[in-house]
Design a protein around this ligand. Structure first.
Ligand SMILES: [Fe+2]
Ligand SMILES: [Fe+2]
Length: 457
């Protein structure tokens, strides 16, 4: 148990953070002003201070100065709405260190990262499996299936601390909690479940965002370590799947752009450092037709293309991945019966309805202030062909937005692999032999994908 002081004028953020930390037995105090913060630090020892950049009535800098001058031993984190807010004030990492800040957190993605930071900093204080958990291990709970999301047990990373409760599904609407938030996620226990025939672990939908942020962090650290992870493609696919699930069920919320940026960076680094990726994708047998797999593949092939195009910057990559993840969001607005069918099986009237999905998706994104225009254009134009035979506006060559050309080809290529059950290399061979399809896509973009899998341009 630790004493945690949150100093922030933002009630919503502070109470959400407190809510996530309280179940782990910490004592949480929340003050709104810098003056109250200093007073509390004077009265009571604290282990952690989460200080909001926007703190007033004694600014955050005054509080930091107070902590430093009085040699108060505690772990200090600075919270800012985004990295830009610090850059505007010309605050960099060196200055933060000098001010006594141990780490900084940004925006809506900050809460799961803070939970993670606390768990990683001092694992000894978390409960061990087999202590408090034992009472609940066999208690069956009736909870509706729609409240849960799942991951394959073999794609779970053991050895750390569970940052939310994990369940096993016994029967429809019936679950048993096998791991509490904060408990040790022991590898042996996981493999025992897998041996006993458990295929999936379940967690509540409300924890999906924590999962996305946590796994993005795990993948980032694996990428930074320079080591190749045998399950990397699956890990990244799981994050993408949960991301799509979240957007499709909860709508376009502010955090989705930050999460898409992390996915973009993780995917790009995975592709960049692994020369054997084509082979790994061949082993990857999950080209199912679900929207999750589809969006993962479109984002993935878009990134392979980007890696081989010299003009694509990191910022542009972020827009491309966000566009690729959201490209079919307009399908939510068309009848389910049409959504799940193969386009080629639709009759002319049904095709007309189906072909509205890029415009419908574009309209949905126009209502959001967090999505930029690059992303909107990708969504609107992802079925346009350079030959002028695409929809909704039958644009030709130069009139098509360059980023949409990347996603458009990645979209077609993913569809080809899924419908014909091909590996990427087989898919490339089939595609390159289809002269009538080749003219629909930008030749530079095609060459970039070929180079991604064969190393030749
Ligand atoms: Fe589409
Ligand atoms: Fe698509």
């Amino acid at each position: 148990m630790k004493s945690i002081l949150i100093c922030s004028p933002d009630d919503k953020w502070a109470s959400e953070l407190a809510e996530k930390l309280k179940p782990q037995g910490h004592v949480i105090s929340h003050v709104k002003s810098g003056k109250d913060c200093q007073q509390l630090l004077y009265q009571k020892n604290q282990d952690y201070l989460f200080l909001d950049l926007k703190t007033s009535n004694h600014s955050c800098f005054e509080v930091l100065k107070y902590v430093k001058l009085n040699h108060i031993p505690l772990d200090v984190s600075l919270y800012a709405p985004n990295a830009e807010a610090l850059r505007t004030l010309e605050i960099d990492d060196v200055l933060l260190k000098r001010l006594g800040v141990n780490q900084s957190f940004y925006g809506t993605a900050s809460i799961p990262k803070i939970v993670l930071h606390l768990t990683q900093n001092d694992p000894s204080r978390w409960r061990k499996v087999g202590q408090d958990d034992s009472q609940n291990q066999s208690t069956e709970k009736k909870i509706p299936d729609q409240n849960f999301t799942r991951i394959k047990i073999n794609d779970t990373i053991g050895g750390g601390v569970a940052i939310f409760d994990h369940y096993i599904r016994l029967a429809p609407n019936s679950y048993v909690k096998i791991l509490h938030q904060g408990a040790c996620f022991e590898k042996e226990r996981l493999s025992k479940f897998a041996k006993d025939g458990v295929e999936h672990l379940y967690f509540l939908n409300q924890d999906r965002k924590i999962y996305i942020n946590y796994m993005n962090d795990v993948v980032k650290r694996i990428n930074e370590s320079g080591k190749l992870h045998p399950n990397m493609v699956h890990l990244v696919k799981n994050i993408t799947d949960k991301y799509i699930e979240e957007v499709y069920t909860s709508g376009i919320k502010p955090g989705i752009i930050e999460e898409a940026k992390e996915i973009s960076s993780n995917m790009y680094h995975m592709i960049s450092k692994d020369e054997q990726l084509a082979r790994k994708m061949d082993e990857f047998k999950e080209f199912d037709p679900s929207i999750y797999s589809h969006c993962f593949l479109v984002s993935f092939f878009s990134m392979v293309i980007c890696k081989n195009l010299t003009w694509v910057s990191a910022k542009t990559r972020e827009s491309i991945v966000t566009g690729a993840l959201l490209h079919d969001i307009g399908l939510l607005q068309i009848p389910v019966a049409l959504r799940d069918k193969n386009y080629l099986e639709l009759n002319p009237a049904q095709k007309k309805i189906y072909e509205q999905h890029p415009s419908l998706g574009h309209e949905m994104l126009l209502k959001s202030t967090v999505v930029n225009d690059q992303v909107r254009q990708i969504v609107l134009q992802h079925h346009e062909h350079v030959s002028g035979t695409g929809y909704p506006n039958a644009l030709t060559g130069l009139k098509i937005y360059p980023l949409a050309k990347i996603v458009s080809f990645a979209d077609y290529f993913s569809e080809l692999l899924t419908t014909q059950k091909l590996t990427p290399l087989e898919g490339l061979k089939v595609f390159l032999s289809q002269k009538e399809k080749l003219i629909n896509y930008d030749s530079e973009v095609i060459r970039a994908l070929v180079a991604g899998f064969t190393g030749k341009i």
